[in-house]
Design a protein around this ligand. Sequence first.
Ligand SMILES: [Zn+2]
Length: 373
Amino acid sequence: MTGLGPYELILQVFAFFLGAAVGSFLNVCIYRLPRDLSVNQPRRSFCPACKQSIPWHQNLPLLSWLLLRGKCAQCGSRIAFRYFVVELLTALLFLAAWVEFPGPVAIAYWLLIALLIVATFIDFEHFIIPDEITIGGVVAGLIASFVVPELMAQESRLLAVLYSLGSAALGYALLWLVLEGGKKAFGKKRMRMAEPTAFSWMREGDDAEFVVGSERSTWSDYFARESDLLLMHCSTAQVDEREFENVTLQFHFDSLTIGRESFQLDEVNRICGMVRELQIPREAMGRGDLKFIASIGAFLGWRGVLCSIFAGSLVGSLVGLTTMVLGRRAWSAKIPFGPYLAVGALLWMFFGQQLLAWYVGLLAPGPTVDANF
Ligand SMILES: [Zn+2]
């Protein structure tokens, strides 16, 4: 760190503010992508509450949020702290990448950092990672590996692209295996009752209390994504005043289908009956996570894939267990996995070499390790 000349200092300040500005754009993506809104139309940012467009001087990264104290200047409604966090996080990671890596590698990593941040914050809120991010990320990683073959530790551009592609495929396949394994290990997917068991579903505001036999649970705990489904094979069922016999109730979070009939659950107060079998054909994670790890692989190579999945699962289980022990979450509750993969990818990006050395040390401890190893 000796001899940090004014030239480098200016570049570092530039990296930080570029990161903040990019973060500001990422906020737009985080809001608009999952809502199928265009990220460049309208050009100007607008307030999600009053839809008024925000003039440039109220849209300065980091500063505006602080100066306006997190409120819209027009309507006074609160602007989420997330906007500030995303800008600061992007700024800091851009700076860190610039300090840590040679220029071309740092610029390629900026791209990946941007993708990781968008994916993380969208996944938190919506439990999806849009294809623009994941498939777009694979393509970006392939191009980056061609332009900067150092990313794959290669000298030949062609080899770098092949490595990048192979790592993307490896990530997809490996996580797929983990998921399939997880389904068997943790899948409480099917509950066949010894005999028809009474169940009831009682609406409570936006949610419902769901009781099967003596087991009480909260309705929203069963659903992580819009596509999630819960099937109940019933000998009898009653939806408010309507009665059914020998039917399968097909539940989504907010709707119920019986044969050709559909009910909106916010118009139903009470469902009850006798259930023979309960089925949750839910995937522990969506395909989005598979495509996401592929895009991480395209940038970070196969070691990055292994580290992201390993570190991501570890951090994910720790957080999952903690919230479960604290009683905040039922077995089936919502766990987006994308953010953990992103954390794993960042760990690899910045500490990969150290982690590897530490791990090798664990496998071959003591003085038997060759000094040149
Ligand atoms: Zn407003």
